[in-house]
Design a protein around this ligand. Structure first.
Ligand code: ATP
Length: 239
């Protein structure tokens, strides 16, 4: 299990952004992390993936553990080797490279299982297979999101951290991404899903956390969050 305990994160030595966050991502599950813009969701993902440094952020208290072992002092590469992989918001891909080349950059550096993982990614995302020689920069927004997810899956991670995969996509594509998340999870990958689209996230997740200004303010089974009209209105903006 991936576990976050009492995590405090500060940017630029002064701006306190996470104020004692605790969260569990049990193996095999999909967990949703919801909350308004600026609540600290991306910061929490960065803290788990070891990516705070590059943003002048720092963990000042608390821990991130994997099967009970602290990982929050590890560098990002080591965290990836341990099986925790983040798909960045804004779907960073290499626009000049082909789809195939982009996917290969996500593979293990020792080339182990590259073919096998590539086949798996192409079977999950047939549209990427069709365009495998095409330049990534010419893909549509939805296809670029799929490419970013596919690239992350090339190392066959145990945990996939998704940062707003539905952002800016048309409803039909949101549906497709949703179905893909379910399929990826069925194939054995545990998912932590950060979303503004609460309905989508809670329709796939078993458990949901809601963040507000750096704190977890709700922590409940997804169904309970969806069914409670007060929560829907006040925390999820669903009316
Ligand atoms: P969004 O959906 O907008 O990404 P979020 O819930 O993911 O929101 P974060 O991106 O984690 O929130 O941001 C939380 C707070 O931290 C915001 O107030 C933001 O301005 C601040 N913040 C984020 N990155 C930095 C940084 N590199 N330096 C200083 N402050 C930052």
């Amino acid at each position: 299990m991936l576990a976050v305990r009492n995590l405090e994160v500060v940017y630029n030595d002064v701006i306190l952004v996470l104020r004692g966050v605790s969260l569990d991502v049990p193996d095999g599950k999909i967990v949703a992390l919801l909350g308004a813009n600026g609540a600290g969701k991306t910061t929490l993902l960065r803290a788990i993936s070891g990516l705070l440094d590059v943003h002048d952020g720092e963990i000042t208290k608390g821990s991130v553990t994997l099967d009970g072992e602290p990982i929050h002092r590890h560098n990002p590469a080591k965290i990836v080797r341990l099986g925790v992989k983040q798909v960045l918001e804004g779907r960073r891909i290499f626009a000049e490279l082909s789809v195939d080349e982009n996917l290969r950059t996500g593979a293990h550096t020792n080339g182990r299982h590259t073919k096998e993982n590539l086949d798996r990614v192409y079977s999950l995302f047939p549209v990427l297979k069709e365009r495998h020689k095409g330049t990534a920069g010419y893909l549509s927004g939805g296809e670029q999101q799929m490419l970013a997810m596919g690239r992350a899956l090339m190392s066959n991670p145990r945990y996939l951290l998704l940062d707003e995969p539905s952002l800016g996509l048309a409803p039909l594509l949101v549906q497709q991404i949703r179905d893909l998340i379910v399929e990826i999870n069925k194939q054995g990958t545990t998912v932590l899903l950060v979303e503004q689209n609460a309905t989508m996230a809670l329709s796939v997740a078993e458990h949901g956390y809601v963040m507000e200004t750096g704190k977890i303010v709700m922590d409940k089974p997804a169904k309970e969050l969806l069914d409670d009209s007060d929560i829907r209105e006040f925390y999820l903006g669903l009316g």
